[in-house]
Design a protein around this ligand. Sequence first.
Ligand SMILES: Cc1ncc(COP(=O)(O)O)c(C=O)c1O
Length: 392
Amino acid sequence: MDKIDFDTVVDRYGTYSTQWDYVQDRFGQADLLPFTISDMDFKAPSSVGTVLRTAAERGVFGYTRWNHADFKGAIQNWFLQRYAATIAQDWVVYSPSVIFSLAKLVDQFSRPGAKVVTLSPCYDAFIATIEANDRQLIQLDISAGFTLEALEAVFAREHPAVFVLCNPHNPLGIAWTHAQLQGMVTLCNAYHVAIISDEIHLDILRAGVQPHTLAAYFNRLTVPCAVLSSASKAFNIPALGCSYGLIPDERQRLEFLYTLKQRNALSSVPYLGMLATMTCYNHEAAWLDQLNAYLDANFTFMTQFLATRLNYAYTVPHATYLAWLDIRPLGVDMAALQAELVDHQQVAIMDGRVYGKGGANHLRFNLGAPRTKVVDGLNRLRRAVDQLTQEK
Ligand SMILES: Cc1ncc(COP(=O)(O)O)c(C=O)c1O
């Protein structure tokens, strides 16, 4: 395969981009260089453009089925090839988005008022969605490290109905190990806690890190369980609108489908999103390998930059394109840092408090971008820190 060009800067302004065109919504100011929500500044694989152009030329955009071997087989094959996991095509359900599925499955696996556990800091939509669906969110703070003992203590104390796992973890970039997943499975069985594993980041791993999908542990689970995922994160196609779930239990799966089709009238898949998903999974494994190599190099660059320019020791996460930076060693305060970043350096880097418990004093910096943008962002961060520490 030819070398993919991840270096060229793609102008995203004027695409109604949440990250670029609407940065003001999150940061109160327009025209900031954004390192914010988790999508990337790269073009999707060229085969996505090809398949969409072909479909556009044909011009047929009627109601479309997802329940066929082309869609489900592409997912089945992806799990086998990328994660060495055997899944049944029957387990696959389409859903418009991962968080839509999360909302519906939390509803299905628990009653209003029930407790739902997640590991925090966590993806902010977990907080909003679980709470807006009348569940009590229990955030186990793992900012200082995760242990199975701490998870067991929460299960024993809180009696939650559901455990929502982010696998790998956004924003901490933890790729859960076999032993950790096995331990979580044992605890969910022992304490009768349903488990939902959001695996949208599972394709973005540092070199040599093994992916572990919860789907490989379904046969050991005696509680309701599901994996939720999408090609949208790794291939940068969230605007096309297609995701899927794996629900091994037939009764649970039929209930989810009833919710999707009858209660929410969402039986027709976005045709273009489905085509793109199949194209990525069937043909773009090598593109993804190159993307991961590029992201690895972005992390290496960041590590060196922080060490040499800010005398800051940074540890690269095992997964995701998101860097989680503890600002305490920099000797600056978050409010002052954000003000300096936004008002004077014109750069938008997420304040960790957005991600709930354990998020204070951290920045989440999106490295899914061409190197030049990463360099620019890091220089702005360095100038902000220099400015604040000189003022002292
Ligand atoms: C952990 C996690 N889950 C889900 C999503 C969003 O998925 P979707 O757009 O399919 O709901 C994101 C996006 O940032 C994410 O980080």
